[in-house]
Design a binder for this molecule. Sequence first.
Ligand code: AMP
Length: 184
Amino acid sequence: MRLLFIGPPGAGKGTQAKSVAERLGIAHISTGDMFRSLDPDTELGRKVNRIMQAGDYVPDEVVVEMLEGRLSQPDAARGFILDGFPRTLGQAEALDRLLGEGGLDRVVLLEVPEDELVRRMLARGRLDDTEAAIRNRLATYRRETEPLIDFYRKRSIVIEVDGLGEIEEVTGRVLEAIGVTERG
Ligand code: AMP
């Protein structure tokens, strides 16, 4: 199964993508995790850190090259959940070139109201979770990433999942939405 998890920052994408990928035995591919694990003493590491802390997006060429390398690793052949990629139309088009247009089975859209997003991000206290960065991340998401939902809706592969509630409860909703029964 090839899935994409999409949603605003703070919606719980990372947590849900990790847990669903484990449950399905497929790769969890998070560009945010990949960027956070870059060596901060390299030029690329420093550049990416600055961008992340401001709440901006890393340039498409950088993200696409990294993602392409990751998708070519053997574990991705069994299926994967993309978490946080693509985030721009340019990245979505690049993904189409890599996988072909029918390359994604489902796009899971995690929905959470904005005031709850801000509350969650302030509570998790990540280095890039300052209030100014949070506001900028939300605005960047609305401007750059939200249009992707329509892009994939045209292919009828988007499923909406309510992201409010306990983590396990949301995981159950996601599994149900993608057609995986709790027992099977
Ligand atoms: P995340 O862990 O997915 O919230 O990503 C954290 C940060 O990494 C984002 O706020 C961006 O600065 C950067 N990032 C992660 N994935 C992408 C992407 N696909 N395109 C651009 N920037 C990204």
